[in-house]
Design a protein around this ligand. Sequence first.
Ligand SMILES: *Cc1c(COP(=O)(O)O)cnc(C)c1O
Length: 279
Amino acid sequence: MVIFINGSYVSDDTKISYNDRGIQFGDGVYEVVRVYHSTLFTATEHFERLVRSANEIEITSPYSVEEYIEICNQLIKENEIDNGTIYVQLTRGDAVRNHTYPTDTQPNILLYTNTAERPMQDLQQGVKAITTEDIRWLRCDIKSLNLLGNIMNKQKAVTNGAKEAIQIRNGIVTEGASSNIFIVKDDKIITHPANNFILNGITRRVIKQIADAEGIAFEEFTFDEKVLKDADEVFLTSTTQEVMPITEIDGENVNQGQVGPITKRLQSKFDEHIITNHA
Ligand SMILES: *Cc1c(COP(=O)(O)O)cnc(C)c1O
């Protein structure tokens, strides 16, 4: 497999330095971009977000959005990716370990491809989730490499036989460990506002577009665990999980354990979006 590191297409056994700030501090940002039938999906939005995340921590992206898309297309070609993802990681660079930002280093950029099929069975049947305390920091709007809170909560979900952890901060449902959370109540879609407590998902934005086009109310409000558990439907969104129904939370059925009608409608419109949208 061919990967891209700092301007070169190289073999996937190429090493990066132990001095990379991403290794020592998690000092960097990342993206996961979807590839459907060798075509990038919403790549412009992902790379705009990468640049934004980087800017928020004072890392200057070495490439423009257009350049990232070119690199991705080259990797898709070289690695013959049909359905898959591209992982993109941008760190502050190599420096002798010191908390302060180094002034004399260049950022390190890494891109590599994965093969991944769509999770068709889960999309049709729905998945289980648990609720748990949101133990993350207060800049969840940055897609940071620091994912300890996220991975600890995801592991807790899996240990309890579930797929996702629905995180709750001060009584408010924020988001999943690697997804955005939505409820449907009285035919309205409700999700946490895009502020510093959540990562503003690209899939979340696609759902907003679809809801607007379909005339389904899309409201950005905070809600608590009781509202979550009284919802008509619950679903999550992410680049790899798409529009994923949640049919059980903390061992209790949502919508009698069935995928709800609005979730199904969004799924079918999302499928159309995949077919018609290119980078
Ligand atoms: C990446 C991510 C999401 C989903 O974002 P998409 O752009 O839809 O993939 C949601 N929450 C967190 C914490 C994430 O890291």
